[in-house]
Design a binder for this molecule. Structure first.
Ligand code: NAP
Length: 282
């Protein structure tokens, strides 16, 4: 029942109609018996800053998750930000405090590492170099999370090399930059390869990298999850590599977001991954 006391939160992006986040959060709200609702917002790109400013004080909306293309703007709009959001240069969570402050955080890194933990037993991000493909917001967040988790070297490869170089110079000497064409050399000795490019979003634009050059023990992860087993993950599985999917990352980043928005951790026993998969599979 929606009442005058119902807490409103949501996700902001453009486009947003494809988002699975409302499915996850509303299932948790119902199971926990919390008087809240989680909806999707798609302000015009030029209106994002005004949208955020209008939420000061939390009188209308308690907080929002933020997705493409607003994560960098979200960080800039906040009055204070967690260390992990500042390091990532992006925020996926804004909380509108009652005293008027806007607080930014980034739970994508928790989601990424949580997905590895859930799907690869004993994975230790500090055990060796990790290759990140892409140099956009998701790659930046991944590199920041890996550094905070003790990864000794993050090798960022991007189609546009200058963007990888900019990321490396922002994050320090443990991040090295290269071109996607250098993937075979970069894969040597890597404990994991993470696809953080948007290549899968455009039909027929898959990533062409020689996954066969990864060590047999390497774990291959794809942040993109439509379909759940992307051509990139299918190639890795055919080579016998262990894999991690992007849906698990989505679920794991949603957990701390839910707690920040609704004041309680997600209730146990709700299989939100299965719910999301049902929607994904139409
Ligand atoms: P972004 O900031 O727009 O960055 C896009 C990146 O993809 C850039 O590095 C770009 O390279 C590269 N790219 C795009 N098309 C390419 C192609 N055809 N071949 C090679 N590289 C290509 O996007 P983002 O926010 O980082 O998101 C990246 C992906 O991660 C998206 O698919 C998004 O859905 C996914 N994601 C998933 C989760 C999750 O929870 N599972 C969370 C965050 C993001 P250039 O610089 O050369 O253009």
């Amino acid at each position: 029942m929606i009442s005058a006391r119902t807490v409103v939160a949501g996700v902001v992006g453009q486009p947003i109609a494809h988002s699975l986040s409302p499915i996850l959060h509303n299932a948790w709200l119902a199971a926990a018996g919390i008087d809240g609702v989680y909806v999707a917002f798609a302000p015009r790109a030029e209106s994002f800053a005004a949208f955020v400013e209008g939420q000061r004080g939390g009188g209308a909306i308690r907080g929002v998750n933020v997705t493409v293309p607003f994560k960098e703007q979200a960080l800039a709009a906040a009055d204070e930000a967690s260390a992990r959001a500042r390091l990532a240069g992006a925020a996926n969570l804004l909380v509108f405090e009652t005293d008027g402050r806007i607080r930014a955080d980034n739970t994508d890194g928790v989601g990424l590492l949580g997905a590895f933990e859930a799907q690869v037993e004993g994975f230790d991000p500090a055990a060796g170099p990790v290759v990140v493909l892409g140099a956009g917001g998701a790659a930046r967040g991944a590199a920041a999370a890996l550094l905070l988790a003790g990864t000794p070297q993050v090798r960022v490869l991007n189609r546009t090399v200058s963007k990888a170089q900019a990321l490396a110079s922002d994050l320090g000497p443990k991040v090295v930059a290269g071109a996607l064409a250098d993937a075979a050399e970069a894969f040597a000795g890597a404990i994991a390869v993470i696809n953080a490019t948007a290549a899968g979003m455009s039909p027929g634009q898959g990533l062409d990298v020689p996954l066969g050059a990864t060590p047999e023990s390497a774990v291959v992860m794809d942040m993109f999850y439509k379909p759940l087993v992307t051509p990139f993950l299918a190639q890795a599985q055919a080579l016998g590599r262990r894999t991690v999917d992007g849906l698990e990352m989505l679920v794991r980043q949603a957990e701390p977001s839910f707690e920040a928005l609704f004041g309680a951790p997600p209730p146990a026993g709700v299989d939100v991954r299965a719910l999301a998969l049902k929607v994904l599979n139409g």
